[in-house]
Design a protein around this ligand. Structure first.
Ligand code: T5A
Length: 207
């Protein structure tokens, strides 16, 4: 059995990850590829509970270390119960955010030690890395305007603009560090142009 491929979609708040995830899913299915669509934090019952805790704006402040460990705890469950079994069965996995988000949000946004994140990445993932990552990049104000269309903000979305500028810079740095894996699309274009870019990237990957 040929192992499936692991594709992740990344980017700041409101850049269009969820919208385009569905688009990629349909495109792959048209090519007769069996796809498991999932997200982080989340993807298993326990990981979804951790997601709720991470996103809730509760009275008890979550320390940076607790946040980082909760994200990797959720990821460990997700890999063991969803991602690895699907890939082993030959299914493709399409995931809304993965560890590049940790380098961007906790590394860039929270300014946490990159080597600690790398250490946790190795411990939790072993050799598992995405085969392809699409990074949707847009100026922070544009993503925030789109996200604002929703009624409420979660704990991350309540951060200051400077936090999201740091997140964006860290994502762009990840793209510079991993040019073969991470493909960038400008997400401030009309959706139809973003999706043309997606087709180019995914069809090249299929070849
Ligand atoms: N997190 C996550 C960490 O801190 N560390 C980690 O390691 C991980 C994995 C998760 C939060 O957790 C944090 C980061 C996050 O803050 P989330 O729900 O995954 O939260 O992420 P969000 O960015 O909050 O998701 P959103 O739903 O806000 O944004 P999307 O999915 O990027 O955007 P989408 O598709 O919902 O689109 C937003 C709106 O814009 C429109 C859409 O129609 C929609 O209305 N739109 C466009 N409009 C015009 N032109 C385009 N090109 C458009 N594309 C989309």
């Amino acid at each position: 059995m040929t192992r499936g491929k692991f594709i992740t979609l990344e980017g700041g708040e409101g850049v269009g990850k969820t919208t385009n995830l569905t688009f990629i899913q349909k495109y792959l299915q048209q090519h007769n590829i069996s796809v498991v669509v999932t997200r982080e934090p989340g993807g298993t019952p326990l990981a979804e509970k951790l997601r709720q805790l991470l996103l809730a704006d509760d009275s008890e402040t979550i320390s940076e270390h607790a946040e980082l460990l909760m994200i990797f705890a959720a990821r460990a469950q997700h890999i063991k119960h969803v991602i690895e079994p699907a890939l082993a069965k030959g299914q493709w996995v399409l995931c809304d955010r993965f560890t590049d988000a940790t380098f961007a949000y906790q590394g860039g946004g929270r300014n946490m030690c990159i080597s600690t994140i790398e250490w946790l990445e190795k411990m939790v993932q072993g050799h598992l890395k995405p085969d392809l990552t699409v990074l949707l990049d847009a100026p922070v104000e544009i993503g925030m305007q789109r996200a604002k269309a929703r009624a409420t903000f979660d704990r991350f979305e309540s951060e200051k603009i400077i936090f999201f500028e740091q997140v964006r810079r860290a994502y762009l740095l990840q793209a510079d560090l991993h040019p073969n894996r991470i493909k960038l699309i400008k997400a401030n274009q009309p959706l139809v142009d973003v999706q043309c870019g997606l087709i180019e990237i995914i069809s090249a990957f299929l070849r």
